[in-house]
Design a protein around this ligand. Structure first.
Ligand SMILES: Cc1ncc(COP(=O)(O)O)c(C=O)c1O
Length: 386
């Protein structure tokens, strides 16, 4: 059976070029980047080459890149590395759980936390950030693009507010990297998280950008790796893969790839809305990353549609994939004011750079029929959505 993958915000496949770049570092060039001998030197050179490639993607110095095990670790390092009991943290109600749950833990440990609301389109008001600042505010953490709706947040304005108030600013750019140009100088952020597997690098890789001079308490203690900001032998093949993926992502940002993805996403969206009654796009009025659409299908369960589409060969996701298995409606959609039923009736389609016109035709060939069938099977829900 044909399979089409539209769940890039959960993870993306490794690109063949990325695998090719990584391959020699498993066996032939297996060294520990901290060793003095030749194998070690070779490994160190590869790690530093990758560091420079990632730095070029976000316009920072290579020394400001800390390699981590992924987006979750980067977010945790940013928050726990800066916020102490008694400090105040400003974040938003639509962050990924890697930020939200870290913020809740900091609150348990005696920090004050403000979770800012969002508009019905899923966007934070920079004015709310400004109004939330207190004398003890230590850090503002607001994501660059939301993983569920794709909504792009006003991070440049927030960066300006943070700079004026002399407060650290962290942005989770996990869903922005490779999709939007990122320049940490114009963003004026002090910390920025990226996850490798959302941009065709291996799972379990990531970076935290740490602006020079930012005093960050490490999460791990051990060797003096990563300029004492992240102890532990570097994941050599993973880092090499991340560096290669960053080089490829840089090219894709300027060669029209993302415009092509946006055209496909818009076709999918328009096709679904034309064919399925009582469906709509969550956050359609917001600026969005080009690969994501989050669609509600009134009077059906999003999870049931995800399963029905999976059986027909289309992989999509209900709410955030990282929270799948949980029966709670998406915290992002409910923060936008959707009723729990409407949030549960929502499905996320996230295209990869490899998505084709044919894939869109395939999806449009099965989504309307699957939605109709589910509504016929469960008419009891009719009229429950506000
Ligand atoms: C916005 C955002 N932040 C953080 C993460 C966590 O990244 P990782 O899976 O690399 O730990 C994700 C993963 O879905 C995400 O979408």
């Amino acid at each position: 059976m044909r399979r089409v993958y539209m769940d890039a915000n959960a993870t993306t496949p490794l690109l063949p070029e990325v695998l090719d770049a990584m391959r020699p570092y498993f066996i032939e060039h297996f060294g520990n980047a901290s060793s003095i001998h030749q194998q070690g030197q070779h490994a160190r050179a590869a790690v530093e080459h990758a560091r420079a490639a990632v730095a070029a993607l976000i316009n920072c110095r290579p020394a400001e890149i800390v390699f981590t095990s992924g987006g979750t670790e980067s977010d945790n390092l940013a928050l726990f590395g800066l916020v102490q009991p008694g400090d105040h943290l400003i974040t938003s109600s639509i962050e990924h759980h890697a930020v939200l749950h870290a913020a809740e833990k900091l609150r348990d440990r005696g920090a004050e936390v403000t979770f800012l609301p969002v508009s019905s389109e899923g966007v934070i008001d920079p004015g709310d950030v400004r109004r939330a600042i207190q004398p003890n505010t230590r850090l503002i953490s607001v994501m660059m693009a939301n993983n569920e709706t794709g909504a792009i947040q006003p991070v440049s304005e927030i960066g300006r507010i943070a700079t004026e108030a002399d407060i650290y600013f962290h942005t989770d750019a996990v869903q922005a990297a490779g999709k939007l140009p990122i320049d940490v100088q114009t963003l004026r952020c002090d910390l920025l998280s990226i996850s490798g597997h959302k941009m065709h690098a291996p799972q379990g890789t990531g970076i935290l950008y740490v602006r020079r001079g930012t005093r960050l308490e490490p999460l791990f203690f051990g060797g003096s790796h990563e300029r004492q900001r992240r102890a532990g032998t570097e994941n050599l093949p993973g880092i090499v893969g991340l560096g290669k993926a960053a080089e490829i992502a840089r090219t894709a940002l300027v060669d029209g790839t993302m415009d092509r993805v946006a055209t496909l996403r818009n076709r999918l969206e328009e096709g679904v809305l034309a064919e399925v009654e009582s469906a709509g796009v969550n956050g359609i009025g917001a600026p969005r990353v080009s690969n994501t659409t989050n669609i509600y299908f009134e009077d059906l369960e999003g999870e049931a549609l995800v399963i029905a589409l999976d059986l027909k060969g289309l992989s999509v996701s209900g709410g955030s994939a990282c929270a799948s298995g949980a029966t709670e409606p998406s915290h992002v959609l409910t923060a936008m004011g959707l009723s729990p039923a409407k949030a549960r009736a929502s499905v996320r389609f996230s295209l990869t750079k490899q998505t084709t016109e044919d894939d869109i035709d395939f999806a449009l060939g099965i989504i309307p029929a699957a939605a109709r069938r589910l509504r016929e099977l469960a008419p009891v829900n009719a009229g429950t959505l506000g």
